[in-house]
Ligand binder design. Structure first.
Ligand SMILES: Cc1cc2nc3c(=O)[nH]c(=O)nc-3n(C[C@H](O)[C@H](O)[C@H](O)COP(=O)(O)OP(=O)(O)OC[C@H]3O[C@@H](n4cnc5c(N)ncnc54)[C@H](O)[C@@H]3O)c2cc1C
Length: 290
């Protein structure tokens, strides 16, 4: 099938881009970034935007910088830019480079963008999980100016966000991690490159052999990636051992409201949530280089 007819706009500045979206956004006009989700949807006519605003020529949206305790990721920063450890981001850079290989396939990672993943809001997006677990702050830009939104207020459900049609997600900011923060990521899918059926990201500081400041999130399980406060509380102050991990897995299973689809039952996903959290905790505990 071919995409429905559309008009492609290629603004060279952010000012032009937000003006175009102010004009066409309410009538179904969309931003196109990497095009790795939108173009297949258009080819299948699941999406048929009459206008596309291509943001790839806007130089300032391609920046990846560290400052003020944050990693700032511009709207056209590709997944593949995290293949190599972004050293300026320290431990966070290592975390991102350990997660990125789980996203789709190599050619898709060369075009797809970090911010595009957040805007697309697939429940199984690895970057949505990273952003939700670490507490990302997002910048949304329109002709009215900028507004900053916390990731939890941005992700609204499966493929749904609180972004207004006239807004461009111009920047995602992730807080840097302490040098001694331990982290682990674990994902389960049936074939390499598929969207995850379930995944978990954990990060914690180890102080005097005890877990402090635990951040535990799951993705692909519920309609949106979510940090699990009950599981974090169950781990706080505990020694990272199999007993604590089993308790965290049980707390996860009790906490999640798992999705169901034609191939995977809610019960399966609920059980999987405990497994992925336990395995991510084991990876965080045993990894020798953080
Ligand atoms: C075969 C295949 C496998 C995949 N597997 C995975 C996977 O395992 N994990 C995963 O996370 N993803 C996966 N993807 C999706 C891929 O990661 C996409 O790159 C990503 O979902 C969207 O990024 P994009 O830049 O390509 O966005 P686009 O396709 O350009 O846009 C997607 C949506 O977001 C909107 N949008 C994009 N950028 C912005 C912005 N800055 N401001 C406002 N709106 C914006 C668009 O209007 C559109 O609605 C897969 C894709 C394919 C084709």
């Amino acid at each position: 099938m071919k995409a429905a007819p559309f008009t492609l706009h290629k603004p060279g500045t952010l000012e032009e881009a937000v003006a175009l979206l102010a004009e066409y956004g309410e009538d179904g006009g969309l931003v196109i970034a990497g095009g790795q989700s939108l173009t297949p949807m258009m080819a299948l006519r699941v999406a048929y935007p009459p206008h596309l605003v291509d943001i790839n020529a806007i130089e300032k949206l391609s920046q990846l910088t560290v400052g003020d305790g944050f990693l700032s990721i511009g709207a056209t920063v590709r997944h593949a830019q995290f293949h190599r450890h972004f050293v300026e981001a320290g431990t966070l850079g290592r975390l991102l480079s350990s997660v990125v290989h789980h996203i789709a396939h190599y050619p898709i990672r060369q075009r797809g963008t970090f911010c595009g993943s957040l805007a697309h809001a697939d429940p199984s997006s690895e970057w949505c999980l990273v952003a939700a677990t670490l507490g990302a702050e997002l910048r949304l830009t329109s002709t009215s100016g900028d507004r900053l939104v916390q990731i939890n207020d941005f992700l609204d459900g499966a493929m749904s966000t609180t972004r207004e049609p006239s807004e461009i997600l111009t920047e995602a900011r992730l807080p840097l991690l302490a040098e001694n923060t331990r982290f682990g990521f674990y994902e389960f899918n049936r074939r390499a490159g598929d969207f995850a059926l379930g995944m978990a990201l954990v990060a914690y500081d180890l102080e005097g052999g005890k877990i402090r400041n635990a951040r535990i999130g799951v993705g692909g399980i519920e309609e949106k990636a979510r940090r699990l406060a009950a599981v974090e509380a169950a781990l706080e102050g505990k020694t990272p051992d199999s007993e604590a991990f089993a308790a965290a897995a049980a707390a996860t299973v009790a906490d999640v409201d798992a999705m169901e689809d034609p191939t995977t039952s809610a019960q399966y996903r609920r059980d999987l949530s405990g497994v992925v959290v336990r395995r991510a905790l084991e990876i965080a505990q045993t990894a020798t280089r953080f």
